[in-house]
Design a protein around this ligand. Structure first.
Ligand code: GLC
Length: 570
């Protein structure tokens, strides 16, 4: 291999070891997101379940992850795929039973895999007993005070209390009907009409969630991913939202708050008291239990406020996820992250895909803007080229898994699954699709049940062939069993990256940039490993050394476009 330069100017961002003050597992862990309804379906009803998870834990162990996070499996009418919880202390029959949960947890722990569950504290389902009580109760009653009921504006009270919009489109308020049939008060729902927001100023709500945390901690979970962790507290008086940052069509640029800093329901200071309280609850338990914030905020610095030493332990790095495949922008967000998170004593985290965004094997080759949650579909502009998308995704993951800190993977990315773009309207289920009359496709395209076996019903998702969203026929060649036999597959790449990351202890390492490769190349060292990713449009000369892992089949020479390598220096 030719050498472009013989010495590497190193600029250290964080000293080795800063990642692990107490060597807690979550500082360096690779955490795999299971979206239960699309992972594996033991019952054959077309929706994945907990016994399906248990049956595939060995596959996750062989992949090499440290922990799993499961999206909600609680009792729910499933109007938002389980993020509308009717009973926080029980499993929905779709997914199994509490016994199934306990078996899954024990089986995961037996294999050294930790388990994080999803907590949804911003809102419940409208079928939750508290909301049903609230509807039956009088305005001003204690039952209504658990949610955000208000009188409407205008002489007849027939206008919503303020101008807030639902993240899924349309107004964030719905008017109730009194028992005598007359129109009543309105209630707030930042998401679907079936997801009423709690009033977190109410001590009863606070106490209820302490109890829910304890219920799952007592069962042995290792932590919680906290849904909409930036949204629980609203500005006093619920004032109108006057957006300062807007998209091209005049609407807020990012409905989850990732682009805006002025929204009366995102990122309010009071929310931090809740997490200080929860931090104390978790600290009563042994074993480094962890809280991870789903908080969409405009900057890494704002995100780091959620992981100050007495609050949560991790926060998803959405500024990193939203960064396009452009080397200067990627370097910048990495540098900011490795400054901002350690500055408050927290590990940096990294994530490229989840159940709310276009899968990164498609997103990184998109040529049109795609705000969080909007999705892409048959008529979207700038549709990605699949080969380019996969190539970039493999390179981007190769960069991500070399970074110090903790990384999140989303089920199916280890197979290189693309977004399913061509889902017809009649099969779509995301409330976003319905609430915007199809103007936004929503998130179904990243939620299609994953393929395990090429030559089996539903590609091995179950035995019956039923799937709650249709799987594309092209997925036969992406099935896990096909990839098992192909050393060039994405599955092998992920396994190699995870094994090498572990062997070289990269999660606990530190990053030093390497200069001299040009603006469109990402080049750094973490411990013994040199990482070079080519996001330019021409091949790049590599230094001398041994290639440990390459994101594409690679036999030496210059590093091709959209390719990344891990090397050991000579
Ligand atoms: C979070 C979840 C998303 C859900 C929303 C409402 O953003 O990740 O899937 O729809 O919260 O609970």
């Amino acid at each position: 291999m030719t050498s472009q330069q013989t010495s590497f100017p190193l600029t250290s961002l964080a000293p080795i070891g800063e990642n692990r003050p107490g060597a807690e597992w979550w500082r360096t862990a690779v955490i795999y997101q299971i979206y239960p309804r699309s992972f594996a379906d033991a019952s054959g009803d077309g929706i994945g379940d907990l016994p399906g998870v248990t049956a595939h834990l060995d596959d996750l162990r062989s992949l090499g992850v440290d922990a799993v996070w499961l999206s909600p499996f609680y009792r729910s009418p499933q109007h938002d795929a389980g993020y509308d919880v009717a009973d926080y202390r029980d499993i929905d029959p779709l997914f199994g039973t509490l016994t199934d949960f306990d078996e899954m947890l024990a089986a995961a722990h037996d294999r050294g895999i930790r388990v994080i569950v999803d907590l949804v504290p911003n809102h419940s389902s409208d079928q939750h007993v508290w909301f049903q009580e609230a509807l039956a109760a009088e305005p001003g009653s204690a039952a209504r005070a658990r949610y955000l009921f208000r009188d409407g504006r205008g002489p007849a009270g027939d206008e919503p209390p303020n101008n807030w919009e639902s993240v899924f489109g349309g107004p964030a308020w719905t008017r109730t009907t009194n028992p005598d049939g007359t129109p009543g008060q309105w209630y707030l729902h930042l998401f679907d009409v079936t997801q009423p927001d709690f009033d977190w100023a109410n001590p009863e709500v606070q106490e209820e969630f302490r109890g829910i945390l304890r219920f799952w901690l007592d069962r042995g979970v290792d932590g919680f991913r906290v849904d909409v962790a930036h949204g629980l507290v609203k500005t006093d008086g619920l004032p109108d939202h006057v957006p300062a940052v807007t998209g091209a069509d005049g609407t807020p640029a990012d409905s989850m708050g990732g682009d805006a800093d002025d929204v009366p329901y995102w990122g309010q200071d009071g929310v931090h008291e809740i997490y200080r309280d929860w931090h104390r609850v978790l600290a009563e338990y042994d074993g480094d239990r962890a809280l991870c914030a789903e908080a969409w905020l405009p900057t890494v610095d704002r995100t780091a406020e959620w992981v100050r030493s007495d609050e949560m332990h991790q926060a998803f790095n959405f500024p990193y996820l939203m960064t396009e495949w452009e080397a200067p922008a990627i370097r910048e967000v990495i540098a900011e992250s490795l400054r901002a998170f350690p500055a408050v004593g927290a590990p940096a985290t990294w994530v490229l895909s989840n159940h709310d965004v276009v899968r990164h094997a498609s997103r990184l080759a998109l040529t049109a803007e795609n705000p969080q949650g909007h999705g892409i579909g048959p008529d979207s502009p700038g549709k990605p080229l699949p080969e380019q998308g996969l190539r970039r995704a493999r390179a981007a993951t190769t960069v991500m898994l070399a970074l110090p800190g903790s990384a999140y993977l989303y089920q199916g990315e280890e197979l290189g699954l693309p977004e399913v773009v061509e889902l017809p309207g009649e099969v779509r289920q995301d409330p976003t699709w319905f609430r915007t009359d199809g103007e936004r496709y929503g998130r179904d395209g990243c939620r299609v049940p994953i393929p395990w076996t090429a030559d089996a019903p539903a590609y091995g998702f179950n035995d019956s062939g039923a799937t709650w969203l249709p799987q594309p026929t092209e997925w036969a060649r992406l099935a896990r069993d096909v990839q098992e036999g192909d050393p060039d597959s994405t599955l092998w790449l992920y396994r190699e990256l995870l094994a090498t990351r572990r062997a070289e202890d990269l999660g606990a390492g530190s990053l030093a940039w390497l200069d001299g490769y040009g603006d469109d190349v990402i080049a750094f060292r973490n411990g013994n490993v040199t990482v070079i990713a080519n996001a330019s449009d021409a091949p790049v000369e590599l230094p001398t050394g041994t290639v440990l892992v390459a994101s594409e089949p690679f036999d030496g020479g210059a590093l091709p476009v959209d390719t990344a390598v891990w090397m050991l220096a000579d």
